[in-house]
Design a binder for this molecule. Structure first.
Ligand SMILES: NC(=O)c1ccc[n+]([C@@H]2O[C@H](COP(=O)([O-])OP(=O)(O)OC[C@H]3O[C@@H](n4cnc5c(N)ncnc54)[C@H](OP(=O)(O)O)[C@@H]3O)[C@@H](O)[C@H]2O)c1
Length: 310
């Protein structure tokens, strides 16, 4: 199998490359940066391609594209998100016309303003988002579906594991001295997605031509936030008492922090954003029936063992 992987220099795309190469696929790896460590992509051929600038020319002939590239942050100028997440997706589609397209989307396309309770795929996209990340990823999904390409859209939530640049570092950053501050009751259920499970879903999507559609992709069962945080802290050897702040005031405070940040013209993201808080403040769980029945997805349970090893 010949596969083009975008976002190969990143967390998810690198893991997808390594697994595909291990399975004997011929992988063409793409990222924006000029070069990556060979082991990051398991010695696959790597090329720099800025997706926002236009289609790849010339593009190799491949059997499937796994599109992992994206602007993955909750802060920054709005046009930048759409240039990478929407125009970049259109450019990836245009580079490989008629080729099966596996699009790594996100659970951030579900309604951020209310809890996500064992959501099924038809509940998103919605009309309103708290930030340009969710809005641009929703627009990208629509573009994939509209393109007419045979496609699989995968929606993971809060991806963690070796090489994670978002979830686990964020949990650690929330530790202040002897306390870890979080929002909600702590008893809210959350679906997490290990990078291993996401890679598993990407491989299934590559290997099952004929199967198309939108699929939630998470660990086998949701976890209770406080239980997950306790395990993460223990895994890192951090002793911190978990303090839960009420969601309403915390979200209002985050809105003020974001506003002040904008007024100050700061380039770095604020420490507190409504998006980051909203992710874990209330239940965020996804139904896996479609992935289990149609993709043959058999996820592993949530585990943070080895998640810091990369
Ligand atoms: N991490 C999560 O918790 C999470 C959760 C749900 C969904 N997702 C989705 O998973 C996918 C991968 O995320 P990740 O966690 O692996 O993020 P990541 O580590 O930040 O990787 C992002 C990748 O996209 C590439 N990229 C960004 N802008 C580009 C551009 N203009 N042209 C070409 N490549 C560009 C980056 O290349 P360079 O680094 O070389 O610039 C990098 O390879 C994204 O689509 C994201 O929406 C992630």
């Amino acid at each position: 199998m010949r596969v083009a992987v975008t976002g190969a220099s990143g967390f998810v795309g690198g893991a997808v490359c390594r697994e595909l190469v291990a399975r004997g696929a011929r992988v063409h790896a793409y990222g924006r940066r000029a070069a990556v460590r060979a082991e990051h992509v398991a010695d696959a051929r790597y090329r720099s391609w800025d997706l926002a600038r236009g289609p790849l020319d010339p593009a190799p002939s491949v059997d499937v594209v796994v599109h992992c590239a994206g602007s993955v942050t909750d802060w920054g100028p709005i046009p930048g998100f759409f240039e990478v997440n929407l125009d970049g997706t259109r450019n990836a589609l245009a580079s490989f016309p008629g080729t099966r397209f596996v699009h790594v989307s996100t659970a951030s396309v579900y309604d951020p303003y209310r809890p996500t309770v064992m959501a099924t795929e038809d509940e998103a996209p919605v009309r309103r988002y708290v930030n340009a990340y969710g809005a641009s990823k929703a627009a990208a999904e629509r573009a994939v579906l509209k393109s007419g390409a045979e496609s699989v859209i995968l929606r993971p939530h809060a991806v963690y594991g070796p090489g994670d640049t978002t979830l686990l570092p964020r949990v650690e950053a929330s530790v202040r001295g002897p306390f870890l501050f979080a929002v909600g009751t702590g008893r809210q259920r959350i679906s997490l997605t290990s990078v291993g499970n996401l890679v598993r879903a990407c491989v299934l999507a590559c290997e099952r031509p004929g199967v198309s559609g939108v699929f939630n992709v998470t660990d086998a069962e949701p976890v209770v936030l406080d239980d997950a945080l306790a395990v993460i802290l223990a895994e890192r050897g951090i002793e911190a008492e978990r303090i839960y702040l009420p969601a309403g005031p915390a979200l209002r405070l985050a809105a003020v922090v974001e506003g002040l940040h904008l007024l100050a013209g700061a380039r770095r993201p604020p420490r507190l954003t409504r998006y980051a808080l909203g992710h874990l403040a209330v239940e965020r769980t996804l139904d896996l029936t479609a992935a289990r029945t149609r993709l043959g997805y058999r996820p592993e349970p949530t585990s943070f063992a080895g998640a810091y090893s990369w």
